[in-house]
Every structure is written in C-alpha cells, then in structure tokens.
Design a protein around this ligand. Structure first.
Ligand code: NJP
Length: 236
C-alpha cells in the first residue's frame, strides 16, 4: 500500500516540490497550507494521489483536522513533513516584536502542534518525521537572530524525538542553505533582503527540487536504516 505523507507549507517552494516528487514516486500526499487556491492547482496537477487540507499551523485545531483528514483520505499517516516556516529577517533593533513572535509561532509552535497530533498515527505506522530546519539551526547569523533561534529549536526537538522514539519513529532534519523560493518575500528590511540576495543568491543557489530529492532519499531507505541529519548547501 502507498505510504501517505502530510506536508505542511505545500503551497509553494520546497513543500510543493516535495509533494510533486513524492507523488511521482508512489506516495500519497496531503497538501497543507493556508492558500487554498495554490493547493487546489497543485492537487489538480498531481492527480488522485494528492488531497488538500487548508491549514494554519499556528491554530492547533486546524492542525488536528489536517492530520485527521490525512488518515480519513488515505487510511494512514506514515510521514509528517514539517516544512511550513518563514523568516522575517533584519537587525533585532529594526524588526518588530510581532515578527519575532510570528516566526516562533509558525516555525516552532506550529511544528509542535503537528508533532503532537501526528505522533499516535506515526507510532502505529512506524513512520517518519522530517523537520525542515536550516543551516541557520547550525549557526547564528546577524540579521537573522530570531529565525536562527527558531531553527535551533527545531534541531533540539528533532534530537529529543530521536531519543524518545528511537526504533519507533524515524526523525530526520533536513537543513538547506539558500533555496530559490518565496522565502525572502516576508523580509521587509530592504538592506537585509538585498544583502541576502547579493550574498546567498549571487552564485549557485539551490532549487526546491534539490531538497525534495534529499527527502525522497531519506524516505526510500530500508527499514533498518535511518538518516538522522542532512545538510544541503549550494556548491559555491
Ligand atoms: O519558502 P516558501 P520555502 N500555516 O515561502 C507555508 C526553510 N528554509 O519553501 O500558508 C501553514 O516558498 C506557506 O504556505 P501559505 C524555511 O524556513 C528555506 O523556502 O499558503 N503554512 C508556504 O507554503 C521553511 O521552513 C530556505 O502561505 C504556512 C511555506 O510555508 C521551509 O524551508 C533556507 C504558514 C513556505 O514556503 C520552506 O520554505 C533554509 C502557516 N501559518 C530553510 N506560514 C530558503 N528558501 O532559502 C507559512 O535554510 N506557511
């Protein structure tokens, strides 16, 4: 039977690319995000192996419904991909408290809600959790301090999951470097946005498919193998 995957943040970027590649490789995919029209169009492109759950990860009830919708639609939940996330980049002195809280709410609290509601199903399936972290979880960069804090938290949560669910749920962090997506659209601080494009986006930049392929690789390992951490960087 095909495995079923709940992908948060599936309306664009890494999440959408992952949905396409997993569906092409025999997985059923539940596409979760807030922008219904984008999810609809991706579902139409993928076909019967996709379904949609309009979901705001900051609302636990909405996450609970997305998890249940996956089980109702496909009969199981085998894989949770915690991909929904964003960065409001800029110096601490020039970014807003509301933006810091928003990043924490989506990148950390949203991920925790997904883990909370998905875990009983993942235990039953002996499934996988894939957390999309970042190179910003492995280091701290100026003008991205709170974003880095959220991704450090993601890595800590993953480490804890590996300890507590060892042999029961496989947990993997995927930490990308710069990827060409809508990620920078949330950054209002122009100097930071420009510097990011100049620096990170100048030479080689990753394509969302590069991350999706790393995810497929993790999910197609034999039962006795778990890939716990992956860092994917542009080769520059
Ligand atoms: O960015 P983007 P990426 N509830 O903006 C969704 C990490 N990362 O693909 O709700 C539910 O195209 C949003 O959907 P919508 C990054 O931190 C990236 O690059 O419809 N979903 C959209 O589908 C993040 O964890 C880079 O607006 C919510 C998706 O999140 C992951 O990669 C580098 C939501 C974001 O797609 C995917 O981001 C790196 C909510 N409340 C790590 N809020 C990079 N691109 O350079 C947002 O190290 N979403």
């Amino acid at each position: 039977m095909s495995k079923s995957v709940l992908i948060t943040g599936a309306s664009s970027g890494i999440g959408a690319a992952t949905a396409r590649i997993l569906a092409q490789n025999g997985f059923n995919v539940m596409l979760a995000a807030r922008r219904a029209e984008k999810l609809e169009s991706l579902k139409n492109e993928i076909g019967d192996s996709a379904a949609i759950a309009v979901c705001d990860v900051t609302d636990p009830e909405s996450v609970k419904q997305a998890v249940q919708a996956t089980v109702d639609q496909f009969g199981s939940l085998d894989v949770l991909i915690n991909n929904a996330g964003l960065g409001h980049l800029g110096p601490m002195a020039e970014t807003q408290l509301q933006e810091w809280h928003h990043m924490m709410n989506v990148n950390v609290n949203g991920l925790l809600s997904c883990i909370h509601y998905a875990t009983p199903h993942l235990l039953e399936a002996k499934g996988n959790i894939i957390n999309i972290a970042s190179v910003a979880g492995h280091d701290v960069f100026p003008n991205a301090v709170v974003y880095c804090a959220t991704k450090h938290a993601v890595l800590a949560i993953s480490k804890g999951l590996r300890l507590e669910y060892r042999g029961k749920i496989k947990t993997t962090d995927i930490s990308p470097g710069a990827v060409g997506t809508e990620f920078l659209d949330h950054t209002k601080h122009e100097a930071t946005s420009e510097a990011y494009k100049e620096g990170a986006f100048k030479g080689v930049i990753l394509n969302p498919n590069d991350i999706a392929e790393a995810i497929l690789d993790v999910l197609t390992k034999p039962d006795h193998v778990v890939i716990s951490e992956v860092i994917v960087r542009p080769n520059q």
